[in-house]
Design a binder for this molecule. Structure first.
Ligand SMILES: Nc1ncnc2c1ncn2[C@@H]1O[C@H](COP(=O)(O)OP(=O)(O)O)[C@@H](O)[C@H]1O
Ligand SMILES: [Mg+2]
Length: 251
């Protein structure tokens, strides 16, 4: 089933840059969809559309429709706060809050009015376990989050998103600053998470794209060149530009 249906989406910034042109793309539920391609292709712009982070940027024109569970999230009547809770986002550079490890995870829930200690405790443990971080931090939840390694901070950011029980998780090059061991941990937690969540990943390399994809879409300069299920774009691309890119002929 398709969780997200993007219809004829175009987006231009106020300086005249046309960052997305006529995108039509369906993204499946409870799978990892990989959006890949060279820098400047519009991948981050598209992720930001999916939870309306572009509302904060200098966007002049957005055309088309983006349906999540059948509802057009670009509609003026969309509850953006509820949308961002349903569609969580993890960025390339981990940004932890200047709080304890536990505080990073309870912050969003407390903001939403949750006060019951047992509920908060359960959310902390569940989200840390899902982000494959629980074993490393369970004895020091009161320590400042900033004391964690970069890889641990990134998994804490993932846990912070998971604590709010979203349905869709957007990840924009989440392992670009991580060592190979931390990268492998994030990748394996995503493989677990897809059983429950719809995961949209902008990978930091073609290799990661090929490793992680249940579905993939190749973007080039604001256009969707092609999209397809499984590893099809890596094993049998239809478009010469996709083939050249996955074979490393341009970056
Ligand atoms: N806030 C912005 N204002 C103006 N142009 C932007 C902004 N953000 C991105 N762009 C432009 O949009 C295009 C797509 O960028 P981006 O979505 O970051 O691509 P990718 O993530 O694939 O590298 C680029 O040409 C970039 O310069
Ligand atoms: Mg980007």
């Amino acid at each position: 089933m398709d969780k997200i249906i993007i219809e004829n989406l175009s987006l231009g910034y106020s300086d005249g840059t046309e960052s997305l042109r006529g995108i039509n793309l369906n993204l499946p539920e409870r799978q990892i969809s990989v959006l890949f391609g060279p820098a400047g292709g519009g991948k981050s712009t598209l992720l930001r559309v999916l939870n309306r982070l572009n509302d904060l940027a200098d966007v002049v024109t957005v055309q088309g429709r983006v349906l999540i569970d059948g509802e057009n999230i670009l509609s003026r009547s969309t509850d953006v706060i509820a949308l961002r809770r349903k569609v969580g986002m993890v960025f390339a550079r981990p940004v932890v809050l200047p709080l304890s490890i536990r505080g990073n995870l309870t912050y969003g829930l407390e903001l939403a009015g949750e006060r019951r200690p047992a509920v908060l405790k359960a959310a902390v443990e569940r989200s840390l376990a899902q982000a494959a971080l629980l074993d490393e931090v369970k004895d020091r939840l009161g320590d400042p989050a900033i004391a964690l390694s970069g890889g641990q901070q990134q998994r804490l950011c993932l846990a912070r998103v998971l604590a709010l029980q979203p349905e869709i998780i957007l990840l924009d090059e989440p392992t670009s600053g991580l060592d190979p061991i931390s990268t492998a941990r994030v990748e394996s937690s995503l493989q677990e998470l897809k059983k429950e969540y719809t995961v949209i990943l902008v990978p930091h390399s073609v290799q990661q794209a090929a490793r992680m994809a249940d579905f993939s879409a190749f973007f080039l300069q604001g256009e969707l060149v092609e999209a397809g299920p499984g590893k099809s774009l890596f094993t049998s691309p239809k478009d010469k530009r996709t083939e050249n890119y996955v074979e490393g002929r341009f970056g």
